[in-house]
Design a protein around this ligand. Structure first.
Ligand code: HEM
Length: 415
């Protein structure tokens, strides 16, 4: 239900971050979207309407660079000759575009051929859960291991090193939380993890440099114009970005999708009868309960939003999840409706930073949700709502326990 009275700024911020709202933040988002833009503090704005978010994601006056001071007199240089400034998600054009293009060039053709492998991987994860009646944690058994296995396959990381990658994905993802929400101990742990990650990656990169294979890392190191290739720092940052950006997001998509299906047995039954519905189901999960709820930018020039002026240096938070439920854009926005026409959700962002892994995430979620719908007999939620992770930006269940009367069929062996 939508009210028209704006929330006081501090109250809006507090409620946004409040763990008590994590299992269902959507009534709050509807309240926030009653105003096109909310001031959260002297220099922070929150934008919640679909049309404004879609426009601002494409506005070059907003920068994706983060607040962290980069460089210094001794800082290493990036391939653009400027001090190295981190992964391309937090860079602006033109340097962003160069690194993104090289990544896409390697990623897209490899993703295209992955569907059979992903379907086999999902099948094997369900096989491992056994055949008889039982209880399954969808997060631990399917949603979590699937994307790590897939990213290892893409990067050419040997199977025996998958557990190492898995552990890095978990540990590095903590760094996405706002730094204020981390304890001193967690920040120190994160530093150690980042050091360990570099220590793990650098020899791997050196091995590919000496003896390139057919994998994505070798492709980035050896293909294209040598004058514009990523240097080792940029390659390391890009690999970290692919691992982090592609992991917890996909975990949440599979878990949020399973939850939506179990809460909407009519849709579950239709998907079970017709796995061809999976792409539409996944698009609707992306709109209805998106894994990335929000993203942020800084204004580099004055920008008008909803009758307010955002000043240079101000932070702009774009509440993608609220835009996805905007009644001005989506009729009956709180209804989970896979056949919804013109489902132009904001789950993968937009503009120059539009998600490079969208096609892969779609494939993984389509394979996982159709296998869960067709192979689990009489699945039912053990706890509704399930417990959620504390993070606001990447939102999803910590565990999703499902009781079932059996897991049918066995997966074909992977090639
Ligand atoms: C359901 C899964 C996923 C969701 C919801 C998601 C969402 C997003 C969003 C919202 C952005 C834009 C952020 C911004 O504008 O600030 C983004 C960017 C990005 N995503 Fe994804 N993502 C998913 C899966 C993946 C996967 C599987 C990969 C890699 C294999 C990936 C790699 C990236 C990268 C590298 C960027 C940065 C793009 C750029 O800055 O140009 N994502 N993603």
């Amino acid at each position: 239900m939508t009210t028209t009275a704006p929330l006081p700024a501090a109250a809006a911020y507090g409620r946004l971050m409040d763990q008590a709202n994590r299992h269902d933040p959507y009534p709050l988002f509807a309240e926030l979207a009653a105003e096109p833009v909310q001031r959260l503090d002297a220099h922070t704005w929150l934008v919640a309407r679909h049309t404004d978010i879609a426009r601002l994601l494409r506005d070059p006056r907003l920068s994706a660079r983060d607040d962290a001071p980069h460089g210094g007199p001794d800082a290493p240089l990036g391939s653009d000759g400027l001090p190295f400034a981190g992964p391309f998600l937090s860079l602006d054009p033109p340097h962003h575009d160069t690194l993104r293009e090289q990544t896409m060039h390697q990623l897209v053709p490899r993703i295209l051929g992955m569907r059979p492998h992903i379907e086999a991987a999902v099948g094997q994860l369900l096989d491992a859960a056994g055949g008889g009646p039982g209880r399954l944690d969808i997060v631990e058994s399917v949603a979590y291991p699937l994307p790590v296995g897939v990213i290892c396959e893409l990067l050419g990381v040997p199977r025996e090193e998958e557990p190492v990658f898995h552990s890095f994905a978990t540990r590095l993802t903590r760094g996405l939380d706002p730094v204020e929400s981390l304890s001193a101990r967690q920040i120190a742990d994160l530093e150690v993890t980042r050091r360990d990650w570099r220590a793990y990656l650098l020899p791997m990169i050196a091995r590919r440099q000496a003896d390139p294979g057919a994998d994505l890392i070798s492709g980035l190191l050896t293909e294209g114009d040598p004058a514009h290739r990523m240097n080792t720092l940029e390659l390391g940052a890009t690999l970290g970005l692919l691992l982090i950006a592609g992991h917890e997001t996909t975990v949440n998509l599979v878990a949020n999708g399973t939850l939506a299906l179990l809460r909407h047995p009519d849709v579950l039954a239709r998907l079970r009868a017709d796995p061809g519905l999976a792409p539409a189901v996944v698009e609707e999960v992306l709109r209805f309960d998106p894994p990335v709820q929000m993203t942020g930018r800084h204004a580099t020039a004055p920008i008008q939003v909803g009758g307010q002026t955002v000043e240079p240096g101000d932070r702009v938070l774009l509440l993608l999840a609220a835009g996805n439920r905007d009644p001005l854009r989506f009729p009956d926005p709180d209804r989970f409706w896979p056949e919804r026409p013109d489902n132009a959700h904001l789950a993968f962002g937009g503009g120059v930073h539009y998600c490079v892994g969208a096609a892969l995430a779609r494939m993984e979620a389509q394979a996982a949700l159709s296998a869960i719908a067709t192979r689990l007999t009489a699945p039912r939620l053990v706890a509704d709502p399930p417990p959620y992770r504390p993070t606001m930006l990447l939102r999803g269940p910590r565990e999703l326990l499902v009781d079932h009367d059996g897991i049918t069929g066995r997966a074909p062996a992977s090639g």
